[in-house]
Ligand binder design. Structure first.
Ligand code: PLP
Length: 419
């Protein structure tokens, strides 16, 4: 008898984005006359074409594959040496951070990495996440058996939720002294969904906390390219001691427009340890290396060349222009919301604007109003956790024309509500 992974049965139905898609389809079916007017600012998917340097490199790579003389078959499981070197140098060593080429592991994107990394950890770790949170961290921990049953009103038993609210400017605080320390702490900065960035002092506290409790920090820097706050670390390794306790996740999805191309990477320093039940320290680097070489043959050749091209001089310029474009969208959305008297966070160092729903409306109720009356798809804050209730997220990943139209429609919605 084949046994099923019963952890999957604990997952609550209707992962956030399928539920949004369901409501949008239902509205489109009900009002086909309005369907073409719908503007999607819900899921954070990019809209602009790839940087030309990446396209040229991928085309050149495909041409190599078309010739016997330059054909490539299986490559190294964790990425070609030149790609790993471009990353380790471009994102770390050139910024004074001590990361070796072989501490970088290339993947098909960081969503997978944030869950797959759990394979090299033991069962029974106490996992801490922020509330609100990027849902994939929680769901993958449920699948791996690190959570108990779903709780009425949201969340899972056994997961430590770190509340992020207006009172702490949506930045997670250390668990109170005397409470059981988590073993793994997911931190995301710039944050999805709140768009906030963690300041250096707070990250120093987290690194000190992790070292004291022999815990691990999973630092998700998928939106690092959008962080231009000099007081907010772009990499966790800017903090002394992080090489002993932190694993960093990066993605080319939002910086290089690679959501469809698929490429990201993990940084796992050789000095990061986890422990056997008997308390012996074990370096995680060889385990992660083994995991990659056993479970994967790596990222496709052309994609690797495309990612590498983002580190050339031209590639960097093009990435910067792409990020600038989305950040201008974020500014337009943020200021548009503020002009209506809506309170916002984020949108300055992140492509997401986190907004308080007007008149204390609930998240899903306001989502429906925005969909039905403004034909704008947002993301209800409650979908990211209990503390997200009463807020919504607007994504800046859209065309300029759509972003400007969203601001106009929100204005009309607000003025109708006022009369
Ligand atoms: N981490 C966060 C916080 C994200 O928001 C996303 C994508 O939206 C990812 C990771 C996943 O990125 P990738 O496309 O590299 O899988």
């Amino acid at each position: 008898m084949a046994l099923v992974n019963e952890n999957y049965l604990k997952l609550v139905a209707g992962y956030l984005f399928p539920e949004i898609a369901r409501r949008v389809s239902a509205f489109a079916a009900e009002r086909p006359d309005l369907a073409k007017e719908i503007i999607r600012c819900g899921i954070g998917d990019v809209t602009e074409p790839l940087p030309p340097s990446a396209v040229a490199a991928m085309n050149a790579a495909n041409a190599e594959l078309a010739s016997r003389a330059t054909f490539k078959g299986y490559g190294p499981g964790t990425g070609y040496e030149s790609v790993l070197a471009a990353i380790a140098h471009g994102d770390f060593r050139s910024r004074g951070l001590d990361i070796a080429d072989d501490e970088v592991f290339l993947s098909d994107g960081s969503k997978g990495d944030c869950g797959n990394i759990l394979e090299i950890l033991g069962a029974g770790n106490r996992i801490a996440v922020t509330d609100p949170v990027y849902p994939a961290y929680v769901d993958s921990n449920v699948m791996f058996g690190n959570a108990g049953a779903a709780m009425a009103g949201g969340g899972y038993e056994g997961i430590v939720y770190l509340p992020c609210t207006e009172a702490n400017a949506f930045l997670p605080e250390l668990p109170a002294a005397g409470t059981a320390a988590p073993d793994v702490i997911y931190l995301c900065s710039p944050n999805n969904p709140t768009g906030t960035v963690m300041d250096r002092a707070r990250l120093e506290q987290w690194v000190a906390y992790a070292r004291k409790h022999r815990a691990l920090i999973f630092w998700d820097a998928a939106y690092e390219a959008f962080n231009r706050d000099p007081n907010a670390p772009k990499s966790v390794y800017e903090i002394a001691g992080a090489r002993e306790c932190a694993i960093e996740f990066r993605s080319f999805s939002k910086s290089g427009g690679f959501t469809g191309v698929r490429c990201g990477y993990t940084v796992l320093p050789k000095s990061v340890m986890a422990y056997t039940r008997a308390g012996a320290a074990v370096a995680l680097h060889p385990l992660w290396n083994r995991r990659w070489n056993t479970r994967s043959n790596g990222v496709s050749y052309a994609v690797q060349r495309g990612a590498e091209a983002l580190y050339t001089e031209a590639g960097r310029r093009e990435v910067r222009a792409l990020v600038d474009f989305y950040m201008e969208n974020a500014r337009i959305l943020r200021e548009g919301c503020r002009a209506l008297g809506w309170k916002t966070w984020g949108g300055e160092n992140a492509p997401y604007v986190w907004c308080k729903t007007p008149e204390g409306r609930d998240s899903w109720g306001f989502f429906d109003t925005m969909l039905r009356e403004a034909r704008v798809v947002t993301t209800p804050g409650a979908g990211f956790g209990r503390c997200g209730e009463g807020y919504f997220r607007i994504s800046a990943f859209n065309s300029r024309a759509n972003v400007e139209e969203v601001v106009r429609r929100m204005g009309r919605l607000a003025s109708c509500a006022a009369h």
